[in-house]
Write a protein that binds this ligand. Structure first.
Ligand SMILES: *[C@@H]1O[C@H](CO)[C@@H](O)[C@H](O)[C@H]1NC(C)=O
Ligand SMILES: *[C@@H]1O[C@H](CO)[C@@H](O)[C@H](O)[C@H]1NC(C)=O
Ligand SMILES: *[C@@H]1O[C@H](CO)[C@@H](O)[C@H](O)[C@H]1NC(C)=O
Ligand SMILES: *[C@@H]1O[C@H](CO)[C@@H](O)[C@H](O)[C@H]1NC(C)=O
Ligand SMILES: *[C@@H]1O[C@H](CO)[C@@H](O)[C@H](O)[C@H]1NC(C)=O
Ligand SMILES: *[C@@H]1O[C@H](CO)[C@@H](O)[C@H](O)[C@H]1NC(C)=O
Ligand SMILES: *[C@@H]1O[C@H](CO)[C@@H](O)[C@H](O)[C@H]1NC(C)=O
Length: 668
C-alpha cells in the first residue's frame, strides 16, 4: 500500500518535472554551472572560451542537465524551442582563423573519437553524416572545407548529423533601414548575436545573425523547413562545440539563453562580460615624439623576429598528417621533447640501440622523467600502419613492460617516448661484472618478470603482440630491479623492407630462431626461442655467441647442452654467482633455456607453459624428451664428447650456424 503510494508520488513528480519547460539565461557565466571539456574554460570575468588562443584544440560546453524535446506519448513531434547567444571569434588575423564553433543539440555531452580542425569536435571521418548520430548543430564556420561542400570561409550552416550543411548562407544580416543584406565577418573579433528558433508545428528552423547592439532583424538569414523528429531523441543535451586548427583562435560566448516551448529571454547586453583587449595600451602623449624612432626599431625588430620565427619553425618542424589527429593525446610536440632533453645533448645520451639513440629527458610541464628514442626512418611507406600499431601498443599496461607514452614524427625521423627506467638495461649487469652484478635471487626475479611480460604480450592482451627482439639489452630494470621488456613491436618498422641498410631478417643473431632466419617471419614461437637464449644468457653471464676473447665463436646453447650431456648442467652457470645460488632454480632455468632453443617450433613450450614451469606450477619434463622427439629434425647429442667447439661445428640443435651463414652471405 505504502509502496504503491510512493510509486504514484514518484510518477507524478516525474511527469511534473518533464512538463516544466527548460528555461535558462546566462548574462555572462560568472556563476554558471556548465559541463566543460577539452579546451573549454571560463575566464575570471565570466566569459566562456570554448577554445582559447591555442592551436589544434577542441572544446565542449554543455548545459549540465538533459533537456526534454518530446513528450512521452509521441515520438513524431518535437517541441518548439529557441535560443539566443552572443559570441565572438578572435584570431591573429582577420582573414585567417578557425575552424569554427557550433550550437549543438546532441544525445550525449561527450563526443568520443571526434576530430578537431574542420570536424569542429563533433564528428570524425567515419561517422560524418551518419543518421545514427542524432546531432543537430548550427555552425559558424570560418574555414572553407571542400570536403563538406562549404560555400566560403565565413558562413552559417545548419548541420544535421554531419558537416555537409543542409541549409547555409554567407554571414550577413538584414538591416532595418533599407531591408538589404549586409555582410558580416565572423572572424572579426567583434561580438555578434545569433538566434536559433524551431517551430514544432510547422517544422521550420530559422537562424538569424546580427551585430551586437542591432535589434533582431525582421527576416532570418536562413529559414529551413525540416522536421527534427527523426533527429532529436526524447532527451538531449544543449551546448557548444568548437575547434581550432593551425591558427590560434579563441571562440568565446558572452551570454546564452534557451527556452523550450517559447521565446528565449533576450540577453541584457550591458551585463555581458567584456572581451579582453586585442591590442596593447594606448601610447602616452610623451611618446608620440619618439614615434619615428620607435617605428624604425619596430621594423627592425619585426624583421629579426620573422627571421627568428622562421629559424625556430624549421628547428621545431614536425610532420603531422590528417590521419594522426585522432592520436592527439599520444602525440608529443617536438619542441616539448627538445626542451625535455635539453636539445638532445650528448650529456643526456643514455645509449645507442639497434634502432637509434636514446636520450634522457624531463617533461617541462609534468616533470616526468622520460627516455626518448630517436629512430631515423626515411620512408613514409607503412608509417601509418606502424604509428597505429605504436599507439595501440601504447595502451599496453603491465608491470613488466616499459610504458610507451607516445610519439612524435619529423621528416625522416620518428621519436618514441618511454618512461625512464633508472637502473638501465640488464646486459650491463651481466657483462660488466664485477663492477655491476646481480645475485641469483635478483636474476631469477628478472627472469620471472620478463616471462610474465612476454606471456601478457602473447596471450593476455586483446591482440597477440610478437616482441621480435627479446634479449638482455632490451630488458630494463626499474627502481625496484624488476625486469621490464622494452622496444616491443619496433622491429616491425624495418619489416616493411624499406630500409636497404638492414637485411630482411629482423632480430639479433644468436636469438634468432632457425625458421625465422629462413622465412623472416616472426611468431610467438620465435619469441620463445629468443627467450630461451635470454635465459641462458642470464644464468651463464655470457652472450649467445661470444664475439671476442678466448671463447670467440662459441655458441652458448651448444656449450650448455654439452654440460648437460656430461651430466653436470650446473657447470655452465655464471662463475660470478658464487655459492649463494639455489641449484634447483639455476638448473630449471638452464634446462628451460635448452627446451626453448629447440629447432622445431612446435616442440618449444608456449609462454604460458614457461611461466608455469618458472612458478613451479607444473613439473618440468625430463629433458631426455628432447633427444627422442618425434619431430623428425635431426638431433645429434655428442655422446662422450666434451669438446664443445667441435659440437658447435656439427650441431643442428639450434640452427645457429645456418643463421650465421645466411647473414654473412647477405641475408637475402
Ligand atoms: C524564464 O525564467 C526567468 C527567470 O529565470 C523568468 O523571468 C521568465 O519569465 C521565464 N520565462 C518564461 C517564458 O517562463
Ligand atoms: C553542477 O551541475 C551538476 C549536474 O547537475 C551537479 O552534479 C553539480 O553539483 C553542480 N555543481 C554546482 C557547483 O552547482
Ligand atoms: C589554453 O588552454 C590550455 C588548456 O586548457 C592551456 O594549457 C593554455 O595555457 C591556454 N592558453 C591560453 C593562451 O590561455
Ligand atoms: C536516440 O534514439 C535512437 C532511435 O530512437 C536510438 O537508437 C538511440 O539509441 C538514441 N540515442 C541515445 C543516446 O539515447
Ligand atoms: C559531403 O560532401 C562531400 C563533397 O561533395 C562528399 O564527398 C561527401 O560524400 C558528403 N558527405 C555526406 C555525408 O553527405
Ligand atoms: C558579401 O559577401 C558575398 C559573399 O561572400 C559577396 O559575394 C558580396 O560581394 C559581398 N558584398 C559586399 C557588399 O561586400
Ligand atoms: C521564420 O521566419 C519566417 C520569415 O520571417 C517567419 O514567417 C516564420 O514564422 C519564422 N519561423 C520561426 C520558427 O521563427
Amino acid at each position: 500500500m505504502i509502496a504503491m503510494f510512493f510509486k504514484l508520488l514518484i510518477l507524478t513528480l516525474a511527469s511534473l518535472a518533464a512538463a516544466e519547460d527548460v528555461n535558462f539565461t546566462y548574462n555572462g557565466f560568472r556563476s554558471a554551472n556548465l559541463s566543460l571539456d577539452g579546451s573549454a574554460q571560463f575566464t575570471s570575468n565570466g566569459l566562456l572560451m570554448v577554445t582559447n588562443d591555442t592551436e589544434e584544440q577542441k572544446g565542449h560546453a554543455f548545459y549540465p542537465n538533459p533537456v526534454t524535446f518530446k513528450n512521452s506519448y509521441s515520438n513524431s513531434n518535437v517541441f518548439s524551442f529557441s535560443t539566443i547567444f552572443v559570441f565572438a571569434v578572435r584570431s591573429v588575423s582577420a582573414t585567417l582563423g578557425g575552424h569554427g564553433m557550433a550550437f549543438v543539440i546532441a544525445p550525449k555531452r561527450a563526443f568520443p573519437g571526434a576530430y578537431g580542425g574542420p570536424f569542429l569536435g563533433l564528428f570524425n571521418r567515419a561517422n560524418n553524416g551518419n543518421p545514427t548520430n542524432h546531432v543537430f548543430a548550427v555552425e559558424l564556420d570560418t574555414v572553407r572545407s571542400a570536403s563538406f561542400n562549404d560555400i566560403d570561409n565565413n558562413h552559417v550552416g545548419i548541420d544535421i548529423n554531419g558537416l555537409n550543411s543542409t541549409g547555409f548562407a554567407s554571414a550577413a544580416y538584414y538591416a532595418k533601414k533599407n531591408g538589404g543584406l549586409r555582410n558580416l565577418t565572423l572572424n572579426s573579433g567583434k561580438p555578434m548575436q545569433l538566434w536559433v528558433e524551431y517551430d514544432g508545428t510547422h517544422k521550420q528552423i530559422n537562424v538569424t545573425l546580427a551585430p551586437i547592439n542591432v535589434d533582431k532583424p525582421h527576416a532570418p538569414l536562413i529559414s529551413l523547413n525540416h522536421d527534427l523528429a527523426p533527429i532529436l531523441n526524447k532527451t538531449m543535451y544543449v551546448g557548444f562545440s568548437s575547434s581550432t586548427g593551425s591558427v590560434p583562435t579563441s571562440h568565446c560566448i558572452l551570454g546564452w539563453s534557451f527556452k523550450m516551448n517559447g521565446q528565449a529571454q533576450e540577453l541584457v547586453l550591458s551585463q555581458l562580460p567584456k572581451l579582453p583587449r586585442v591590442g596593447g595600451k594606448k601610447m602616452s602623449k610623451l611618446l608620440t615624439i619618439g614615434v619615428p624612432v620607435i617605428s624604425v626599431s619596430l621594423v627592425f625588430l619585426a624583421i629579426s623576429g620573422v627571421i627568428y620565427a622562421i629559424r625556430r619553425k624549421r628547428k621545431f618542424a614536425e610532420l603531422l598528417e590528417d590521419w594522426e589527429l585522432e592520436y592527439g593525446p599520444q602525440r608529443f610536440k617536438y619542441k616539448e621533447l627538445y626542451i625535455a632533453t635539453e636539445g638532445f645533448r650528448e650529456k643526456e645520451l643514455l645509449g645507442r640501440g639497434g634502432f637509434g639513440k636514446v636520450y634522457k629527458g624531463i617533461l617541462p610541464a609534468s616533470k616526468t622523467e622520460i627516455a626518448v628514442k630517436r629512430i631515423s626512418h626515411e620512408s613514409r611507406q607503412g608509417m601509418k600502419e606502424f604509428v597505429a600499431e605504436i599507439v595501440s601498443i601504447g595502451r599496453l599496461r603491465h608491470r613488466n613492460l616499459v610504458p610507451l607514452l607516445g610519439y612524435c614524427r619529423r621528416k625522416g625521423e620518428l621519436l618514441l617516448v618511454y618512461d625512464y627506467m633508472p637502473n638501465g638495461s640488464l646486459d650491463k649487469y651481466l657483462y660488466n661484472q664485477p663492477t655491476a652484478t646481480l645475485n641469483w635471487g635478483q636474476r631469477f626475479k628478472v627472469i620471472r618478470g620478463v616471462a610474465s611480460g612476454l606471456f601478457y604480450l602473447h596471450e593476455e592482451w586483446e591482440q597477440v603482440v610478437v616482441h621480435r627482439d627479446v634479449k638482455a639489452s632490451n630488458v630494463l630494470l626499474d627502481g625496484e630491479l624488476n625486469g621490464r621488456l622494452g622496444d616491443f613491436g619496433l622491429a616491425r618498422l624495418y619489416d616493411h623492407g624499406t630500409d636497404p641498410q638492414t637485411t630482411h631478417i629482423v632480430g639479433t643473431v644468436g636469438y634468432l630462431a632457425p625458421e625465422q632466419a629462413r622465412s623472416g617471419k616472426a611468431t610467438t614461437s620465435t619469441d620463445v626461442f629468443s627467450f630461451g637464449a635470454f635465459l641462458l644468457e642470464v644464468a651463464c653471464g655470457r652472450r649467445p655467441i661470444e664475439t671476442q676473447g678466448p671463447l670467440q665463436g662459441v655458441i652458448l646453447v651448444d656449450w650448455v647442452f654439452s654440460c648437460w650431456n656430461k651430466g653436470n648442467i650446473l657447470e655452465a652457470r655464471d662463475g660470478n654467482l658464487g655459492t649463494e645460488i639455489i641449484s634447483k632454480e639455476v638448473e630449471l632455468v638452464l634446462k628451460l633455456g635448452l627446451l626453448c632453443s629447440y629447432s622445431e617450433p612446435s616442440a618449444r613450450p608456449s609462454m604460458r607453459q614457461v611461466v608455469q614451469y618458472l612458478e613451479g606450477d607444473i613439473a618440468f619434463p625430463e629433458l631426455s624428451f628432447l633427444g627422442h622427439s618425434s619431430s623428425g629434425l635431426t638431433f645429434a647429442p655428442q655422446e662422450g664428447s666434451d669438446d664443445f667447439a667441435k659440437s658447435y661445428q656439427s650441431s643442428s640443435f639450434t640452427g645457429l650456424s645456418y643463421v650465421e651463414s645466411t647473414l654473412l652471405s647477405g641475408g637475402r
